[in-house]
Write a protein that binds this ligand. Structure first.
Ligand code: ZN
Length: 354
């Protein structure tokens, strides 16, 4: 509020700035600085492209998974009523056709579009003050929508649904984690894991297997739920990857394609926030699928996460900048595999040994 900056009609903003300057310097004196990063000789540490064994293998298909969300205020007679629109698109790019087209001097845009086949999960979610008919709150509406969206989506007609994929991962989860609470407001019981729709033994409220993702906990009942839409999108993206892989495995005529596909996921492959327990079952499932592909075809799955922004990208630009400010400190055409130890030391600062 602008009134806060005035005292007896005079602005005390300059005084506040002075105070905060001295407080900032005081705090800065106590902050740990990352000193050892500049000493790394990247020429010694990196793997050069020329040192790698060359492969003649070329993928025929590229499957890219990307997501986005937007939100808007709706008029339903309640203040701040909001809905979120989440899209996770999967684009299949037929690389054989792209290579064919690249040989031509001018690429016909229409033909180029034919090299791509997009499918998408488009879903609407409710946020603050939006309640579906038959539901008692925005939270219960959001939980119902999430379960229904998982149930509706499948990539092929004769293979499992996204819900089946999710429930498979749910069964594989580690059981030693902290139990969350029943999502019903006045119930203090632990949430009971199960598949499908069922009822809480204590309050008899309806539960869904998808409640285990705890995404509803991010719903802000008195403001915008951007964080929740963002995390729903991230969860969809990772589940979609596993869903596609498992669907290819279940459909005999597509299974052999797995040796010719590269999967790209926009963003990190890690899972954060309330659904972070998914990370472990996802990794185990990727390992299982990879060993099946390996047994059958002698090749490995290629799944890449591409980060375009965030801490890792910022860290790269820091190490790529020389002390004199010029770029390309990090040698071209080379790679550096990040260890957990490196990440904790330089990117997501954490002094604990585990
Ligand atoms: Zn309950």
């Amino acid at each position: 509020m602008s009134g806060d900056n005035f005292l007896n009609g005079k602005s005390y903003e300059p005084l506040r700035r002075l105070l905060s300057d001295s407080k900032i310097s005081e705090l800065q004196a106590k902050i740990r600085i990352n000193k050892n990063i500049e000493d790394i000789n990247w020429d010694e540490k990196t793997i050069k492209l020329s040192e790698l064994e060359q492969s003649s293998w070329q993928p025929k298909l590229l499957i890219a998974i990307d997501g986005d969300y937007s939100k808007s205020i709706i008029q339903n007679g309640f203040p701040g009523a909001e809905i979120g629109y989440i899209t996770v698109s999967t684009v299949v790019i037929l690389l054989d056709k792209v290579r064919e087209l690249e040989k031509e001097q001018f690429i016909d845009p229409k033909k180029f579009r034919e090299t791509e086949e997009p499918t998408s999960i488009d879903s609407l979610f409710v946020g603050c003050n939006v309640v579906l008919e038959g539901e008692d709150s925005a939270k219960s509406s959001m939980r119902k929508i999430l379960f229904n969206e998982f149930q509706k989506f499948r990539v092929f007609n004769n293979t499992e649904t996204l819900l089946d994929t999710y429930e498979y991962l749910l069964q594989e989860r580690a059981t030693n984690g902290r139990a969350s609470e029943c999502p019903h407001d006045n119930c203090k019981e632990d949430y009971e894991f199960n598949v499908g729709e069922y009822h809480c033994k204590s309050c008899n409220g309806k539960l869904y297997s998808t409640d285990a993702l705890r995404l509803h906990e991010l719903l802000n009942s008195s403001g915008t739920s951007g964080e929740m839409y963002g995390q729903i999108k991230e969860t969809f993206k990772k589940l979609q990857l596993i869903h596609l892989l498992r669907s290819f495995e279940q459909e005999p005529k597509y299974f052999s394609l797995l040796r010719d596909i590269v999967f790209f996921v926009e963003g990190t492959l890690a899972v954060f926030s309330t659904a972070s327990w998914l990370a472990k079952p996802i990794r185990t499932e990727l390992e299982r699928l990879n060993s099946r592909v390996n047994e059958e075809f002698g090749s490995n799955l290629i799944v890449l996460g591409i980060e375009r922004s965030g801490s890792f990208v910022n860290h790269f630009s820091t190490i790529d900048t020389m002390k004199n400010g010029s770029e390309h400190n990090f040698p071209n055409q080379s790679a550096f595999l990040l260890t957990n130890e490196y990440i904790k030391k330089h990117i997501v600062f954490n002094d604990s040994p585990t």
